[in-house]
Design a protein around this ligand. Structure first.
Ligand code: SF4
Length: 260
């Protein structure tokens, strides 16, 4: 157990309905949430001050050291860049993905809130991952402000254009994750049309089932929403297969599991 307590930047593996056994990598912080949004359903508490620029928080060499220390019998389906906030705000995300690929063979996932995807550098870096899960909860600037409460400079139009551009050039698997609460439930039809136009490989229809400030939609409400989406693969948090995974360290896993 001694060595396991030393993990600062990796956590889990946590069972993820989307990813299976997900080993989280946090390039942001061990304490405060670092995010460009303040979603009404965030499980990490309120965003105290928005982070809008990309910074280097954690040295990727330290992450690699921890990855190299993993016990050989741990089952991992994906190495997932997520953590306490928005992972693309880490300026070294691309470097960290490259470094992780040198020491591990598992595929890499990035879970992003899409706030920086209008940037060319971000699109290039997340394109290094095998699986990108990008958030899209709103069809308009107005609903974007209601549900995601973005930092002042972030425009919905930029987010949407960024997702479209990324889709155009990305060879890996792109999932769009849509979190529904009563606030945006009646935008589902409009969102479905936008999603169909973007053409992701997967659509993840979600509602906040873990403890957070707002109520989830019921299974039947979410299932009605799911029915509006056509396409290759539409999955829902209620109908997904639950897996059981043994984490390396419980406390860290619990505080960071918010997004996987
Ligand atoms: S849910 Fe994710 S994107 Fe939204 S405020 Fe929380 S950490 Fe940021």
């Amino acid at each position: 157990m001694g060595a396991m307590k030393k993990f600062k930047y990796i956590y889990g593996p946590v069972p993820s309905w989307r990813i299976g056994s997900s080993l989280g990598i946090d390039l942001l912080s061990q304490t405060e949430k670092i995010c460009s949004f303040d979603c009404i359903y965030c499980q990490l508490g309120k965003t105290k001050s928005y982070s809008l620029s990309r910074e280097r928080y954690v040295n990727e060499a330290e992450v690699v050291k921890e990855l190299a220390m993993l016990p050989s019998d741990v089952r991992i389906d994906f190495l997932t860049f997520s953590g306490r906030g928005e992972p693309t705000l880490a300026a070294n995300l691309g470097d960290a993905i490259k470094a992780a690929k040198k020491v591990r063979t598992e595929p890499i996932a990035v879970i992003t809130n899409s706030s920086t995807i209008d940037r060319e550098d971000v699109r290039q870096e997340i394109a290094l991952a095998d699986y990108v899960i990008a958030k899209l909860d709103a069809p308009t600037q107005e609903m974007f402000e209601v549900i995601n409460r973005p930092g002042e400079t972030i425009r919905f139009h930029g987010v949407l254009e960024g997702i479209r551009k990324f889709r155009g050039g990305y060879k890996g698997k792109l999932a769009l994750q849509l979190m529904f609460t009563k606030e945006n439930a009646n935008c589902a039809g409009e969102l479905a049309r936008i999603v169909q136009d973007i053409g992701p490989d997967e659509v993840q229809v979600n509602t906040p089932l873990r403890k957070c400030p707002v109520q989830p939609l019921s299974e039947s409400e979410l299932s009605a929403i799911q029915g509006l989406f056509n396409g290759p693969q539409v999955i829902s948090v209620y109908s997904s297969h639950k897996i059981s995974v043994k984490p390396l360290s419980d406390p860290d896993t619990l505080i960071r599991r918010g997004k996987t």
